[in-house]
Design a protein around this ligand. Structure first.
Ligand code: HEC
Length: 428
């Protein structure tokens, strides 16, 4: 045998030994995981009272050392023990190896939006300059970004298939439009049915590891339903809608951040209002001209409807329970006058946040779910002192940051940062 071959053999032999050591560590980690961690993080790491541990979203850092720290120190104030007191260093290392081996789904997703593209246009994706390019977090294809113009959108990212799921999948989903959608995995176009069949069910074989994935989508505003999952031994959501469906209300910590921003026209809000839905629990409409909250209701986002499509050329009636009546709103007053603002835009990382400019400075409004309440936080940057008030409908049961309230007019103690918090009553 030639020396080269012997060396190769040695290499193969030693790398398989290495693999075995990793596998054993993962297996030991899995055993430990299944004795205790599963009760809060789910059998399949999908999350329960503790967060999902296999998606791309980390609350406390994604590196190996971050995860070691999370497990060692725990989060005692949130119910997770400091496992460093219970387990040896090697055991924690095994747990981390197990968790890392279960990572899956989309990551590093970027999207590009091309305005004023019609479905009928012969659109050559590579030849156009995007009107907007951003990364998406959480990284799920979101074909319902609240853009105003007719748009084409392309998403590019990676799809991670872990070893234990590698093999056969069914690409499964629903699309109501049958033109204008193309999906590529590792450069190969996935053949969607060419008839008007709405259901997608395509068998795919995917090896373990990272795949390039690209979705091109020219939106047909008459039919906005589109979602895709990879269904194998576990379901890997690809679109934001299927991700939302994959988190049930019991997955509290991360689901608290799940929200949907949409532009729909609803009866209770002026045209152009932007609708924010948090976790299918509570929705509000924000008027980008004034930052006023013109409607707020309990219930699922899907309860807005049914007579609408995305840009909402038709009015819709939200079906949930309204927290204040149609004429009422939460209004911002600056120096005694209703705020006159220029809408700059929104960001959705990590929470919905709307940004405005006025002659007085910059104003932003962020929302989140906290302690089963919708918390609207205002932040105002100005280089001079401002007299800030918030007019709040009186029947709205609120908790406010420090300040004074008189006749439904709230004057925050700190006009740079203040909040209003509205409790969510569970719907039966
Ligand atoms: C009693 C419930 C509970 C148990 C048991 C539990 N955890 Fe947790 N864990 C949580 C909660 C709650 C959080 C989130 C803390 C937060 O919201 O900041 C968390 C967070 C984490 C994080 C950080 C996640 C992130 O997104 O950054 C890791 C990693 C983790 N847990 C691993 C484990 C492991 C491994 C075990 C088993 C040894 C375990 N947990 C057992 C409740 C639990």
């Amino acid at each position: 045998m030639q020396l080269k071959n012997i060396l190769n053999l040695v290499l193969i032999f030693s790398s398989s030994l290495l693999l075995k050591a990793d596998d054993l560590s993962e297996l030991r980690g899995q055993k430990l995981y299944e004795t205790i961690c599963f009760s809060c993080h789910g059998n399949k790491l999908e999350g329960a009272t503790g967060p999902n541990l296999k998606d791309y979203e980390w609350l406390h850092g994604s590196s190996k050392s971050d995860i070691i720290k999370s497990i060692t120190n725990g989060f005692p104030e949130k119910g997770m023990l400091a496992f460093g007191a219970l387990y040896k260093q090697e055991q924690i290392n095994d747990l981390v190896n197990f968790i890392l081996s279960r990572q899956q789904g989309l990551r590093n997703v970027e999207y590009k939006i091309f305005h004023d593209i019609q479905l009928n246009d012969k659109f050559e994706w590579d030849k156009h300059k995007a009107d907007k390019q951003r990364s998406l977090k959480p990284p799920h294809f979101n074909p319902n970004l609240p853009e105003v113009n007719q748009f084409a959108i392309s998403f590019k990212g990676q799809l991670l298939i872990p070893k234990h799921l590698a093999g056969d999948f069914i690409l499964s989903g629903i699309r109501k439009q049958y033109r204008g959608i193309a999906l590529y995995i590792d450069g190969d176009k996935i053949p969607f049915p060419t008839n008007k069949d709405r259901a997608i069910k395509i068998p795919l074989n995917l090896r373990a590891g990272t795949h390039d994935i690209r979705l091109e989508y020219i939106k047909d505003f008459k039919s906005t339903v589109f979602f895709l999952d990879l269904v194998g031994k576990e379901t890997i959501p690809l679109t934001s809608e299927s991700y939302r469906r994959s988190i049930t209300s019991s997955h509290i910590p991360k689901a608290e951040n799940a929200f949907l921003i949409n532009r729909k026209r609803i009866t209770a809000a002026p045209p152009g209002s932007i609708i924010v839905n948090h976790m299918d629990k509570i929705s509000y409409a924000i008027d980008p001209k004034t930052s006023d909250i013109k409607a707020m209701w309990l219930g699922k986002s899907l309860d807005i409807g049914p007579n609408i499509y995305a840009r909402g050329q038709h009015f819709a009636q939200p079906i949930g329970t309204h927290l204040f009546s149609a004429e009422q709103s939460i209004n911002l007053f600056i120096n005694g006058k209703a705020a006159e603002l220029k809408y700059i835009g929104y960001s959705d990382k990590p929470l919905p946040k709307f940004i405005f400019k006025s002659s007085e400075g910059e104003i932003s409004l962020q929302s989140k779910i906290e302690n089963n309440a919708l918390k609207l936080s205002y932040s105002i940057k100005s280089n001079h002192a401002l007299d800030i008030n918030l007019k709040i409908p009186q029947e709205l049961n609120t908790k406010l940051s420090k300040g004074k309230t008189k006749n439904g007019l709230f004057t925050p103690e700190s006009p740079q940062d203040f909040f209003i918090s509205i409790p969510i009553k569970e719907l039966k």
